[in-house]
Design a protein around this ligand. Sequence first.
Ligand code: PMP
Length: 407
Amino acid sequence: TNHLLVQHWRKDFPILHTSLYGKPLVYFDNAATTQKPSIVIEAENHYYRHTNANVHRGIHTLSQQATEVFESARGKLRQLINARHDHEIIFVRGTTEAINLVAQSYGRSRFKAGDEIIISAMEHHSNIVPWQMLCQQTGAILRVVPVSDAGELDINVYQSLLNKKTKLVAISHVSNTLGSINPVKTIINYAHAKHVPVLLDGAQAIAHLPVDVQDLDCDFYAFSGHKLYGPTGIGVLYGKADLLDEMPPYQGGGDMISSVSFEATTYNKLPYKFEAGTPNIAGAVGLGTAVDYLSAIGLDAIVKHEDSLLNYASELMTNIPELRIIGNARHKTGIISYVMAGVHPHDIGTFLDRQAIAVRTGHHCTMPLMERFGVPATVRISFALYNTKNEIDKLVSAIYQARELFK
Ligand code: PMP
């Protein structure tokens, strides 16, 4: 990728120009959350300064304007993932809330004892625990697709797990720990052949791959705004309209009703049925702006750049003695997880932090995956559009230094 282009993108992110310990910040923790471009920060600020009012309620002008910008953000998110209808976009707090919504609304109203839910061994805790809670409530059972040494799902086992009792498949599109891109189209085709709906956890995919929910034909798609250069506290549950229509509400309150009396309450239409209470209006506006930002750059350019970063870093890091990269899937994006013989990941993380290099160390909310690979934790490097090869050079040289220090 054009070096100048990336330098140009970097100017959009104010935090990248701060220093820590007298050194310029190198931010490689993008799988935890991405940094925000000025236009996103300013969009929220502008909303509060000029448009703030509650949505869907007021006859007054400001309220109508607030509703307009909120609903226009919904339209931008529909376009981002190519959903058929705006009302298939439910605003939620993030991926976690989206998955809990499906578990408690879709799952709880339909699943019974002995029904099966298929997940995988590389899921984030957000795509494990809501299903475990549902299993406790309904007597349903979790089935887990294993992960190979390369960090790929075992599709043969997956196929054999699909059976008459399977009620749902819930799988990550991209692993937030390994970066593996899962063969979700194949997964969906096999499930649909047995009339089983599929939820994709898109938290780690959405800013790194073009996502087209109609082409994928997934039934639900969940993601968080904050991993997409948008604000925290806002995210999206996409669901096919006919499924969402049949589902009972998740939470009760204002905005999700059409009429309330003590005898009977009737529910609002989609998407409002699932948006109880005053939503994160400013967050939605910020996220809509993040989508504008991403679309202006184009996902193809981002994929190309992040792939070149991944290849460059993988090559350099493979040459470091004692360093073991966990997971080398054939289809991978933007993440390197590694361990180093004899050195605890937290010590490496702390050492890198003093060089102003931000990485994640720990289990990355995927404790079963750590167990699968026999490690308590890894060091995770995760890329975003604003990272550079120069930053990778700094990282690699710091890893060599850490290796000397902790030997
Ligand atoms: N799933 C995956 C794959 C993730 O990467 C994350 C965030 N790291 C989540 C779920 C949870 O997202 P959130 O905390 O924003 O709800």
